[in-house]
Design a protein around this ligand. Structure first.
Ligand code: 5AD
Ligand code: SF4
Length: 348
């Protein structure tokens, strides 16, 4: 393939139309290092066209490490008796929001396992309380699969955004990563409902999850083309002790970076975070993601005492932001690669 061929591929990726299967396949299997560099640079060009050199920040509050699900890859799965469990109260969460607001955050992300105690009503209540105190700030929920009624209640309470990764589009692959009580179909039902309700919706998948093939990844990319989410989160799979996949290999950082650049080209305006999983596996993970087109970072606003308990995988990196000082460190890190924090809400 010649230089002009890769330019044609960029044209196809950025045309807005669905990418051909053969093109995805080529992109995922056959690129040279030079071609990958070219795609990354193009992705950065597209990101800068829409977002300039600003990186949005979202304050992440991990509200519960209890989960009724048993996903085979996750350290918080219910049958992991070694997992350390905690749940935050409404008051705890509001305190985190206050700290975040003081540091200049305009988005709070409430993320947690599917904790039966933090039921639909409990979630709707805390959203309402946050929106009452911080009417101008965006609230993002990431609390898993719920009923249509629950999602409607969350929306009515004022939630703006919802993150729910589809994990894998392929039904059989899904069934090897989750127990039979969960289904790819229900995940999709949730995602389409969330979009219909007007949530800015986020989806995504792990890269290099156990058993993942190129065909699975293409199905994931095609699913993203179908759903067209406003936010797309991807990160490498990382083995987690005391789970069935504890001895599996981690996903590839390079592959994840490549896919970030493909996503930026295919979804030019999407909000794409430099994920914690990437920074966990690679010292320069966030910088590399940004230099492949990512435009969001999610520093941790959880109370310091619970952070290490939210252990979805081994050695999870914690990019705190409890102090102005730590945000300054992030600012310095971004400045070093020609970027800066954008404190705005950063809606789609
Ligand atoms: N490695 C990487 N990512 C993981 N997640 C869960 N377990 C792991 C793991 N072992 C991701 C899933 C989930 C998100 C909250 O964290 O994609 O949606
Ligand atoms: Fe629960 Fe999410 Fe972990 Fe699955 S990935 S066990 S739903 S916290």
């Amino acid at each position: 393939m010649s230089g002009s061929d890769i330019e044609k591929i960029v044209e196809e990726l950025t045309s807005g139309a669905n990418v051909q299967y053969a093109t995805w396949h080529y992109l995922l299997t056959s690129l040279t290092a030079t071609q990958k560099d070219f795609l990354r640079n193009e992705a950065v060009r597209v990101a800068k066209k829409h977002f300039g050199n600003g990186i949005y920040i979202r304050g992440l509050i991990e509200i519960s490490s209890y989960c009724k699900n048993n996903c085979y890859y996750c350290g918080l799965r219910c049958s992991n008796s070694h997992a350390k469990r905690y749940r935050l109260s409404h008051e705890d969460i509001l305190r985190c929001c206050h700290n975040g607001a003081e540091s200049g955050f305009n988005t709070f992300v409430l993320q947690g396992g599917e904790d039966p105690v933090q039921n639909d009503e409990w979630i709707a209540d805390i959203v309402e309380k946050i929106k009452k105190e911080f009417p101008d700030k965006a609230v993002t929920l990431s609390v898993g699969e719920r009923s249509d009624d629950a999602y409607t209640a969350f929306r009515n309470a004022g939630a703006d955004r919802y993150l729910l990764r589809h994990e894998t589009r392929d039904e059989e692959h899904y069934a090897t990563l989750h127990p039979q009580t969960m289904s790819a179909q229900n995940r999709r039902r949730c995602l389409f409902k969330l979009k219909e309700l007007g949530f800015q919706t986020g989806s995504g998948m792990m890269i290099g999850s156990p058993g993942q093939t190129t065909e699975h990844l293409i199905a994931d990319l095609q699913f993203l083309e179908e759903l067209h989410p406003q936010m797309i989160g991807i990160g490498p799979f990382i083995p987690s002790t005391d789970t069935p996949f504890q001895n599996n290999a981690a996903g590839s950082v390079d592959n994840t970076i490549l896919i970030v650049s493909l996503l930026r080209l295919r979804f030019p305006k999407a909000l794409i975070p430099a994920t914690t999983a990437l920074s966990t596996l690679s010292e320069q993970g966030s910088e590399r993601a940004i230099l492949a087109g990512a435009n969001v970072i999610m520093p941790n606003l959880s109370p310091i005492g619970v952070r290490e308990k939210y252990s979805i995988y081994n050695n999870k990196k914690i990019n705190g932001s409890e102090s102005a000082q730590q945000l300054q460190l992030l600012q310095d890190k971004l400045n070093a690669i020609g970027y800066h924090i954008n404190y705005a809400r950063g809606d789609y």
